[in-house]
Design a protein around this ligand. Structure first.
Ligand code: SF4
Ligand code: SF4
Length: 83
């Protein structure tokens, strides 16, 4: 919930560079989109999107409010085993 929606994580994400807003969520794309999809729609939908994340951590390194995006996305992805 600390996300200020600056979009910096999107520009650093190698997956987003290839997919743009086609990946991440219906409102916001990329790493921030997966997070917001989990909050505003469902963990199940976000977990499907999270499968494409490489876990490289580039998004973490640039987030100005230090959100551990790759860890959160990993947890969302791991929730698929419980669905
Ligand atoms: S950890 Fe995932 S979401 Fe973050 S930059 Fe890498 S591929 Fe993109
Ligand atoms: S870089 Fe951080 S604050 Fe900016 S949109 Fe991404 S998650 Fe949100």
């Amino acid at each position: 919930m600390r996300c200020i929606r600056c979009g910096r994580c999107q520009f650093e994400c190698p997956v987003f560079l290839h997919t743009a807003n086609l990946w991440g969520g219906s409102v916001y794309g990329g790493p921030m989109g997966i997070m917001w999809t989990a909050i505003t729609e469902s963990i199940e939908k976000a977990s499907y999107l999270a499968l494409l994340c490489l876990g490289c951590g580039r998004c973490d390194a640039v987030c100005p409010v230090e959100i551990p995006l790759s860890q959160l996305i990993w947890k969302i992805k791991a929730s698929r085993s419980k669905i």
